[in-house]
Design a protein around this ligand. Structure first.
Ligand SMILES: CC(C)(COP(=O)(O)OP(=O)(O)OC[C@H]1O[C@@H](n2cnc3c(N)ncnc32)[C@H](O)[C@@H]1OP(=O)(O)O)[C@@H](O)C(=O)NCCC(=O)NCCS
Length: 259
């Protein structure tokens, strides 16, 4: 699904429930995964190994899934890369507890108006979103596709938007946004956070995110998660805001197949 390289879409796909399995030549179960697709390729999502270490499991996985995208724990991903796979994305999950007492501050900057993101159409977000992900950004692309943002906004992947999703406006122009989705498999999930790269807005992303955490906490959500690509300096922002690192995953294209 989608050629999307941002923070969430390659971690899970709730619309796909079918599980697949990989067996070795002896008929031993080696791995199972959720069936999906990524960038027009079949994908084995959240591939989990059974008993065998990754080195021993890799030959059966490579044989069973030629040309597939595999998402797996980073250590499994590293073995698949050593076996000829190509790294598409290395990402780190983060999670943060929410506390309505500690996270409950309001919005204090009178120059910037903050509203629910649903008060503007998704097209109002496009300009600052595209500017926030230039081609040299770890999640950047020279062909940004606003459809990737639309599907999050409309809840077509990861589940519906939650009320903690907010947009920041400077004289009616969107300059930052935070999208929080109710992800069935992941729980409340920050699927997007970005700000206009103009230095005038430095720090606005973290401030808006902190505000969104407050809204989420006061709405009774116990915790919230996100994923960030290796090399994205946004990690420092998340760590400063109290997010704790969890598991790391890799998305690897296996050799072979028709492409
Ligand atoms: C993530 C984001 C919303 C944070 O916004 P912010 O709170 O206003 O913070 P800034 O953008 O000013 O910078 C965050 C940190 O990254 C650093 N940084 C930003 N861009 C950088 C770059 N290209 N190279 C190195 N460091 C960079 C900043 O110096 C800052 O670190 P510091 O506070 O220790 O100085 C914003 O950086 C952004 O929109 N990034 C692009 C989209 C993105 O990556 N979103 C997150 C996806 S997981």
């Amino acid at each position: 699904m989608l050629g999307h390289r941002r923070m969430n879409l390659m971690t899970t796909d709730e619309s796909v429930r079918t599980r697949g399995t990989v067996f070795d030549r002896d008929g031993t179960l080696v791995a199972d995964y959720r069936l999906g697709n990524r960038s027009g390729r079949p994908a084995a999502l959240d591939l989990r190994l059974h008993r065998l270490p990754a080195e021993a499991a890799a030959p059966a996985i490579l044989t069973a899934l030629p040309g597939w995208v595999v998402s797996a724990h980073a250590d499994t991903g590293a073995v698949l890369i050593a076996s000829g796979g190509r790294l598409v994305r290395h990402l780190h999950r983060y999670a943060r507890e929410l506390d309505p007492e500690a996270d409950g501050d309001g919005w204090a900057d009178p120059r910037i108006e903050v509203r629910p993101v649903t008060s503007v159409p998704p097209s109002a977000l496009y300009d600052s979103w595209i500017a926030a992900y230039p081609p040299e950004h770890p999640d950047g692309t020279s062909h940004p596709n606003p459809e990737d943002l639309d599907v999050l906004y409309h809840g077509r992947v990861l589940g519906p938007l939650l009320d903690a999703s907010v947009v920041a406006l400077d004289r009616d122009r969107v300059v930052a946004a935070v999208l929080v989705n109710d992800a069935e498999l992941l729980g409340p999930w920050i699927s997007e956070v970005f700000r206009d790269p103009d230095p005038a807005y430095a720090g606005l992303g973290a401030r808006l995110l902190r505000h969104a955490l407050g809204l989420a906490a006061r709405a009774g959500l116990p915790s919230i998660g996100l994923a960030v690509t290796e090399g994205n300096p946004a990690r420092t922002v998340y760590e400063r805001l109290g997010f704790r690192p969890g598991e790391s995953f890799m998305h690897v294209v296996l050799p072979g197949g028709e492409r």
